[in-house]
Design a protein around this ligand. Structure first.
Ligand code: FMN
Length: 209
């Protein structure tokens, strides 16, 4: 079995973290790898806002009500020493596709002209590579959606309004349960994780749909 096979099959979304900090240098190494993901026209319109340590509170207080937090099942998720916000920049794609070698595509004129939003594709590719690189570095990570408080978060963090928020990543060292914590809900996997994995035969339609 290749290291790649092992890396991909052993990666899981981690929802329990120790509070131990992640060095910036470690984060930079992971981001350097993620930045090798392909991007349309090599536009690389991907960026991250990183909240560390006590600053992660900015994220939680904007996105989770006190009531939800009090009853939150994954309480060790709140201990994650880094919360990263993954952003796509549509304007970077309009600029890149207005350059000489791309201008014949007419995609530089408006985001409406794009049949597929490549900024979302590229930021998602990079985010996925980030998750694998984090796992390879011995860290745990959870990618999750921001369904509440995005406007407040953007305001507090000064995020330019045109950037598209792809989602949040909690990053840190995984907290494994003590023997006494084995049945603790805080260490349970996500409800969706038990769903059956689609097979290659189901996914591929040879020749036609
Ligand atoms: C686009 C996307 C959004 C997700 N949002 C959440 C989320 O909001 N909360 C959560 O706990 N997990 C979230 N997940 C994690 C999935 O539930 C998880 O990847 C899936 O159950 C398979 O588990 P595994 O990645 O550990 O194999 C998300 C994953 C993706 C790709």
């Amino acid at each position: 079995m290749s290291d790649f096979h092992e890396l991909v099959t052993s990666r899981r979304m981690v929802r329990a973290f120790r509070a131990d900090p992640v060095e910036r240098e470690v984060l930079h190494r992971i981001v350097d790898l993620a930045a090798r993901s392909p991007s349309a026209g090599k536009t690389q319109g991907w960026s991250i806002v990183a909240l560390e340590g006590a600053s992660t509170e900015t994220f939680w207080s904007a996105t989770m009500s006190a009531e939800t937090r009090a009853g939150f099942r994954w309480r060790h998720l709140l201990a994650a020493p880094m919360i990263l916000l993954s952003f796509a920049d549509p304007h970077a794609y309009l600029e890149r596709y207005s350059e000489n070698d791309k201008s014949r595509t007419a995609l530089g004129e408006s985001t409406d002209a794009w049949p597929v939003p490549y900024w979302t594709v590229d930021a998602s590719f990079a985010t996925m590579t980030f998750l694998l690189a984090a796992h390879d570095a011995g860290l745990g990570a959870l990618f999750f959606g921001v369904f509440r408080g995005e406007n407040e978060l953007r305001r507090v963090l000064g995020v330019p309004s045109h950037l598209q928020l792809i989602g949040a990543i909690a990053l840190g060292y995984e907290r494994t349960p003590e023997p006494s914590e084995r049945d603790d809900e805080a260490f349970a996997r996500g409800a969706s994780a038990a769903r059956r994995r689609a097979t290659a035969q189901e996914i591929v339609h040879f020749g036609a749909w």
